[in-house]
Ligand binder design. Sequence first.
Ligand code: PMP
Length: 360
Amino acid sequence: MTRAYNFCAGPATLPAEVLQQAQEEMLDWRGTGMSVMEMSHRSDEFVAIAQTAEQDLRELAGISDDYAVLFMQGGASSQFATVPLNLMRGKSPADYVNTGIWSKKAIAEARRFGEVNVAASSEEQGFTTVPDQASWKTNPEAAYLHYTPNETIGGLEYDFIPDSGDVPLVADMSSSMLSRPLDISKFGLIYAGAQKNIGPSGLVVVIIRKDLLGHAQSGTPTMLDYKVIADNDSMYNTPATYSWYLAGLVFKWLKAQGGVAAMGEINKRKADKLYGYIDNSDFYANPIEPRFRSWMNVPFTLADDSLNSAFLKGAEERFLLNLKGHRTVGGMRASIYNAMPEAGVDALIDYMKAFEKERA
Ligand code: PMP
């Protein structure tokens, strides 16, 4: 069996050990004679799988009992609506910071449900930086302050947690969750689509401070009411059981790696290596202000765009896959989430060196 180095931004590479375990347990989960996929979500077996996953996530991320952890569906995109439906709480406006394509999508969706104030934006800088917090025009009466800690497409990552005072801080952590230690107590709500650092798609994890439950505006669909989901242990309807199980395996794997502290060190080393190489080369470039370069998604361009397809073809021949940049920005992008081994980054750099030598 050959495993490629898959640099896809999501669905992203998963740890081989996790996939192997899932394979071993596929037909018969621990003597039950059935696959997890086939189990009733109300069975003792699945409830134990679900609770263990939540417990492991709580331990890994340091989530206290002040927070509910929800395993929802509809991806991070449905949270763009679910957040305002639940957190506007009759207040106005909701503050948003615009640092890229995912912030913009969150802003556009929130506008359908209430007044949005774009407190700061780096659009004029081509989303290559995060606006200095001192310049943000936030409202002390805002319903919440929403930001996107890691912009998956632009490769822009905050190196600080914004100070929102008494206003609940809301973060779309889809592409940075569990990539390094984080003080959860600073947040009112965190959401993360699973298909990067958590598990397969079909699942979105929501971490919400309990005092923010129970304020959904009238007309909110039952399935989008955080309180309903919390009161029913994320089983108001049939949850994405298999994705939830796999996320649980990923959490166990992360714990075995030493948790988010160890992951953060490895991720920093991986990112430093790749950016270091790009910066030392006249052939490759990354436009992001160094302080705000993402540890998870590394976009880069070649000196000559006409070489892009040759670069991608050569990469594929070496089993370095999915390096094509997002269609809106072009160039290349290497997503190097937790499950991308350091050897994968080394292999990519070796290939980039060889290509540069041949073509520059
Ligand atoms: N937010 C961010 C930061 C993302 O990276 C993505 C997916 N790439 C989304 C939201 C949308 O996620 P989903 O496809 O799960 O709706």
